[in-house]
Ligand binder design. Structure first.
Ligand code: ADP
Ligand code: MG
Length: 475
């Protein structure tokens, strides 16, 4: 049964309208992984995955978007953007995969049929994100075994490796593989009942069942499951009652030849907060690990990302990213996405230098493959005009706007923010600031600074913008 989350359908219709009004690459980049977060009383809150998207949608596409929204849903009076970094993560069920949805011919456009299993009342949707498949998982040295085992389970669940236990550090592809298995099972046999959930979700359901005093019913539900996938089992640590229920569910499924797939951030042995009998169950099947991929695989993942996002990036830049990201595939993707987002914002393309800045922000100090030691903006001295330029760029205004007399609110706030930063970070005198801003009175500057100070205490958006600008300033 296909289900659509509330708001997804509405958002899709709005985007179909916007699509015709906006340049394609912009459309694909800035609406990727967006979602409607809430609608109340005329105020529509749109979630975006990062500050760049918020910035762009607010300042560049605001009017087109508003028109489309009011066309589809005339009651909307105001739109707000909220950054939610969870949007688009494998576990996330809200975001629209615009790149995929709008890549194809119009007629075939359809919201992803998220696989829903309705067991009994109470357990509703156990969602799989179609974005994660075993086919688009890039296989390289370290992940070959994990991928092969996943494929075997996806094709013949319950027969070979049971349970399949995949472990490894965060961001190395466990959720991708688990969801890929679920999708593969359903691809081969749509009638199978696949349940994917995190162990936290599993715990919540048990707590609810206990609250309703019907843990028997809870057990019965899981009898109908063919493949049970539990992500991040380590969160069952110290939850005795949940472990007990899980133990029974496990046995019941296992005895009936049903497939169980589990992921964890460590080996079964190292799960020392878990009951021994559970751990020994995990050890009955196949245990595989995922590791940080080698350079060639990292590069292959980046090439795959380029195809997915329909962007061309200089091979040298991709190599530079692959060479300098050492933690996780998630981080690799993060740097990639930020690089293209930033480049779009600046109407340019990622360069080694621009990518180096992004990686430096992750706290890397030593970068390989940088020919000259470029000044990456750390602790260099900042001048009044740098602040002006940064704030203007951040709010997509010109320096003239900043220094001028316009009383329009979209100009006034950035102007006051710049004054505030110059005062507080550079310690400039009110008179001096007034001078620089086209000969304004020092009391004007003082009021501006006070106002921003007050506003910062209650306006989270402003605080976030301020932090982003300070970061740009290298503070
Ligand atoms: P984990 O669950 O281990 O924390 P995820 O499955 O969430 O990690 O992976 C993080 C991100 O990296 C996801 O977007 C995933 O699609 C991507 N990813 C990880 N490994 C690969 C791979 N080998 N090929 C393609 N994408 C990958
Ligand atoms: Mg995960």
């Amino acid at each position: 049964m296909d289900t659509v989350l509330p708001g997804q359908d509405l958002w899709l219709r709005i985007l179909e309208k916007v699509e015709n009004e906006v340049k394609r690459p912009h459309f694909l980049t800035w609406f990727q992984n967006t979602a409607i977060l809430s609608y109340h009383d005329g105020l529509l809150v749109v979630g975006v995955p990062n500050i760049f998207a918020k910035d762009w949608l607010e300042h560049k596409l605001g009017s087109q978007l508003m028109q489309a929204i009011q066309f589809v849903h005339p009651e909307v009076r105001e739109v707000m953007f909220e950054v939610d970094p969870q949007l688009g993560l494998p576990e996330d069920q809200r975001a629209l995969d615009v790149n995929k949805l709008f890549n194809k011919e119009k007629k075939s456009r359809k919201l992803p049929g998220r696989q829903e299993v309705r067991l009994l009342e109470g357990i509703s949707s156990k969602c799989l994100n179609p974005k994660y498949s075993l086919q688009n998982f890039v296989v390289g040295g370290s992940s070959r075994l994990a991928h092969a085992a996943s494929m075997a389970v996806g094709q013949r669940p319950g027969s070979l490796y049971n349970p399949l236990f995949i472990y490894g550090d965060v961001g190395l592809g466990k959720t991708h593989l688990l969801q890929g298995i679920g999708n593969e099972v359903l691809r081969n046999n749509p009638d199978k009942v696949v349940v994917y959930m995190t162990s936290e979700r599993f715990t919540n359901e048990i707590v609810e069942a206990i609250g309703r005093r019907n843990s028997k019913e809870f057990k019965d539900r899981y009898r109908k499951v063919d493949v049970l996938i539990i992500d991040d089992i380590q969160f069952l640590a110290n939850k005795d009652r949940t472990q007990e229920e899980f133990f029974h569910t496990f046995n019941e499924l296992y005895d009936n030849g049903k497939q169980i797939v589990i992921s964890s951030d460590r080996t079964p042995k190292e799960l020392d907060q878990l009951e021994d009998r559970l751990v020994s169950r995990f050890e009955m099947g196949m245990i595989v690990d995922v590791q940080f991929p080698d350079f060639e695989t990292r590069l292959a993942i980046l090439h795959a990302k380029c195809r997915e996002h329909e962007v061309l990036i200089h091979p040298e830049v991709l190599e530079f990213i692959a060479m300098n990201v050492h933690d996780s595939v998630r981080e690799l993707e993060g740097v990639f996405v930020q690089a293209i987002a930033q480049a779009q914002l600046e109407h340019s393309t990622p360069t080694v230098r621009s990518v180096a800045k992004i990686i430096k922000k992750l706290g890397r100090t030593q970068l390989e493959g940088l020919e000259e030691e470029v000044d990456l903006g750390e602790r260099r001295s900042i001048h009044l005009h740098d602040v002006l330029d940064l704030v203007a760029a951040y709010y997509r205004l010109s320096t003239e706007d900043m220094l001028g007399d316009s009383r329009k609110s979209h100009v006034i706030l950035p102007r006051q923010v710049a004054m505030y930063l110059i005062r507080n970070e550079l310690g400039a005198a009110f008179e001096q600031i007034g001078e620089a801003f086209g000969g304004k009175n020092h009391t004007t500057v003082m009021h501006a600074c006070e106002k921003v100070e007050r506003q910062l205490k209650k306006d989270k958006n402003l605080l976030r913008d301020m932090n982003a600008i300070k970061k740009e300033m290298g503070l």
